[in-house]
Design a protein around this ligand. Structure first.
Ligand SMILES: [Zn+2]
Length: 495
């Protein structure tokens, strides 16, 4: 048996002005044909998990095309169309496939393509007819009925920070093999809730997601249930698919089970809130033990598409006379200057170049270490085994601590990126983490505590700070009391 593997993956922040280009995919992850299987085998990614499961089931994994880019602005049409064309061509040319596993995000937004993930599946469905297609989705997927209808089974992550990608890929492969061998297909039901939630209120270990994920897990424990997901979605991707999704695939009663799970989500809608402090209050927390304290730069969330060069917390740390901090900033121009100028120490303004609203440049000064192009292997729980390229790096020993300047944007989902340039966050007093929850995969094991700061950026902590041009209405909490049941529950007929 042969199962094709592919996908196009990005979390798109439509409020971030910098578009995502083909180069961004090419630079981060873009694999075709046998290279896909060779590169992703053994990694903690969705397709890495699918490859491992394929070998266990004596199934041959056939690499098609997989492209992923770091979260950023809207994907350019030509980038998407170029990858989709290759994916379709390779699927058509592949020798006799028995099914397909795709790794998609679910919150990708592409110029001129209203529902790109649904389009990917539809294009491949046109080649493969009724062969089984399984899709993995990010926890932050904004799923619409078209994707759920054209796919035989959706397997959404059930962790945030995301550490179950390989498990979901393995699950999708197992379900596709089961469908291919038995000819059976589950009934599927999607409920779209008019509910908008922010990332730092979606942690898997905290209420309400902990209880909602447990309820989905309890459903999945039933032998008759093939898949059950509660996906809180991504508020920063403006599409008509915006909002919370509940999905159940089962041999029987999928609709009833999905509606019951959705009712549970709706009952707890007011719990999706989390306390925040000002950057100054956050910096003050970094001047008293226990250490290290994680200062969470919620809005300049690199993994949510913000650039990662906001300086609000650096200025606040300097103002509080804090020392011993570790902070990473994306600043290719400062890195270039540090390399050109030479000298054992330097003083230069860093960060704050993407958007004046994200703080003025911070005046960094002190001894500097320079690194040529740095790449590292992820060894933690997030995408273990994946190689990441940071470009050139300069580390400045500033009065507030170590400021790591990188040529490429780096997500704080591991601490390997710090180890690669001799920075040890365990011994720091404060760690500035440009993310909402995903940093926990890296630092939660040894952080003494975390303080969430109301910083400026493209992932603001409150959805009423977002200027949506068009969005589904109503959406709680923007509209206080929408009803949901009658109009948004969709039964999905077999593809
Ligand atoms: Zn996500």
């Amino acid at each position: 048996m042969r199962i094709g593997l592919g996908g196009i993956w990005q979390e798109t922040n439509t409020f971030a002005p910098r578009p995502t280009t083909w180069e961004d995919f090419h630079r981060y992850q873009l694999f075709e044909g046998p290279e896909l299987v060779a590169s992703l085998a053994g990694t903690g990614t969705e397709l890495g998990g699918a490859i491992a499961a394929a070998r266990e089931h004596r199934v041959q994994p056939v690499g098609l095309l997989f492209g992923a880019a770091l979260p950023a602005g809207t994907v350019r049409r030509d980038a998407f169309e170029r990858m989709l064309r290759t994916l379709v061509e390779r699927t058509r040319a592949a020798p006799a496939l028995d099914g397909l596993v795709l790794s998609l995000h679910g919150a990708m937004v592409v110029d001129g393509h209203a529902d790109p993930e649904a389009e990917i599946v539809a294009a491949l469905r046109a080649v493969l007819g009724d062969l089984p297609i399984g899709v993995t989705l990010d926890y932050h997927a904004n799923v619409g009925p078209a994707l759920a209808r054209s796919t035989d089974v959706l397997c959404g992550y059930r962790s945030y920070p995301h550490v179950d990608m390989a498990e979901r890929g393995a699950e999708a492969l197992r379900l596709v093999v089961r469908m291919a061998r038995s000819g059976a297909r589950p009934d599927r039901h999607l409920v779209k809730l008019p509910l908008l939630t922010i990332p730092h209120a979606q942690e898997d270990a905290a209420a309400p997601m902990r209880q909602l994920l447990a309820a989905a897990d309890a459903l999945r424990a039933d032998a008759d249930v093939w898949a059950a997901s509660v996906l809180p979605g991504f508020a920063y991707a403006e599409t008509d698919r915006l909002g919370f999704t509940v999905y159940v695939a089962a041999g029987d009663r999928a609709a009833r089970r999905a509606r019951e799970l959705a009712a549970m989500v709706w009952d707890r809608r007011a719990e999706f809130a989390a306390p925040l402090v000002s950057p100054d209050q956050a910096a003050l927390a970094a001047t008293a033990a226990p250490y290290p304290v994680v200062l969470v730069d919620v809005a300049d969330n690199v993994g949510g598409g913000s650039p990662g060069d906001g300086t609000a917390l650096l200025h606040a740390l300097a103002h509080a006379r804090a020392t011993g901090a570790v902070a990473v900033l994306w600043d290719p121009a400062a890195v270039a200057r540090a390399h050109e100028e030479g000298g054992a120490s330097l003083s230069l303004p860093v960060g704050g170049h993407s958007d004046p609203r994200m703080g003025p440049p911070y005046p960094a000064a002190g001894p500097v270490r320079r690194y040529g192009p740095v790449s590292y292997l992820r060894t933690g729980s997030y995408m273990r085994g994946q190689r990441v390229d940071m470009g050139r790096v300069a580390v400045v020993e500033d009065r507030i601590g170590q400021i790591v300047l990188t040529e490429r944007r780096v997500v704080p989902f591991d601490d390997d990126h710090l180890a690669a340039v001799g920075v040890r966050p365990r011994g720091a007093r404060a760690i500035v983490a440009k993310g909402a929850i995903a940093w926990k995969a890296a630092f939660d094991g040894y952080a003494a505590r975390a303080v969430y700061a109301r910083t400026p950026g493209y992932c603001p902590a409150s959805v009423d700070q977002l200027d949506y041009r068009s969005r589904p209405q109503p959406l709680y909490p923007l509209e206080r009391d929408p009803g949901w049941e009658a109009k948004v529950s969709a039964a999905l007929s077999p593809p």
